[in-house]
Design a protein around this ligand. Structure first.
Ligand code: FES
Ligand code: FES
Length: 171
């Protein structure tokens, strides 16, 4: 039989569930205490009100929660908040210029009619930003593959593809 938790073990176990992390979010230093089991999605939405980070499947399948971490796109729903310690995170809010102007990729999405219900859009934008910022040239097949981790329930795929292709280096 498992022995009952004493007050001391309860205190230790509750202390162990939290951890201080420091990171950079959209260019600003951030410091917070997180539950060690919390996802980065929950931290960004709950602590920092960055609601562009959408909760879709929450199992790493749809890409709605994608954010850029140290230059690489990740599903934040399956990325623990504690792993973000010391990292640089960008969400769609961070794509805007300092004076609130849309970035070129956001404008391209609008121009190509790539935003329909918009639920998947922030995640697609982050993958697009990763592609553009990489400075690498991709052919159409590679671009489609890089966007394949996203589900758009209203099937705006071709418009989204056109928007990304407009700004990506192609070969
Ligand atoms: S909500 Fe994260 S991949 Fe779907
Ligand atoms: S625009 Fe992507 S789900 Fe509707």
């Amino acid at each position: 039989m498992t022995p009952p938790l004493t007050r001391r073990t309860k205190e230790v176990s509750s202390r162990m569930r939290k951890q201080l992390i420091r990171c950079t979010i959209n260019g600003r230093a951030a410091e917070t205490v997180v539950d060690i089991r919390a996802s980065l999605t929950d931290m960004l939405r709950g602590e920092y009100r960055l609601t562009s980070v959408k909760k879709g499947c929450e199992v790493g399948e749809c890409g709605a929660c994608n954010v850029i971490i140290n230059g690489e796109c990740f599903n934040s729903c399956i990325y623990l908040a504690i792993w973000a310690d010391g990292k640089e995170i960008t969400t769609t809010e961070g794509l805007l210029s300092a004076d609130g102007e849309l970035s070129a990729i956001q404008q391209a999405f609008i121009d190509e009619g790539a935003v329909q219900c918009g639920f998947c859009t922030p995640g697609f934008l982050m993958s697009a930003a990763e592609i553009i910022r990489s400075g690498k040239a991709y052919n159409d097949e590679e671009l489609r593959k890089m966007l394949s981790g996203h589900l758009c329930r209203c099937t705006g795929y071709e418009n989204i593809f056109r928007a990304v292709r407009k700004l990506a280096l192609t070969r």
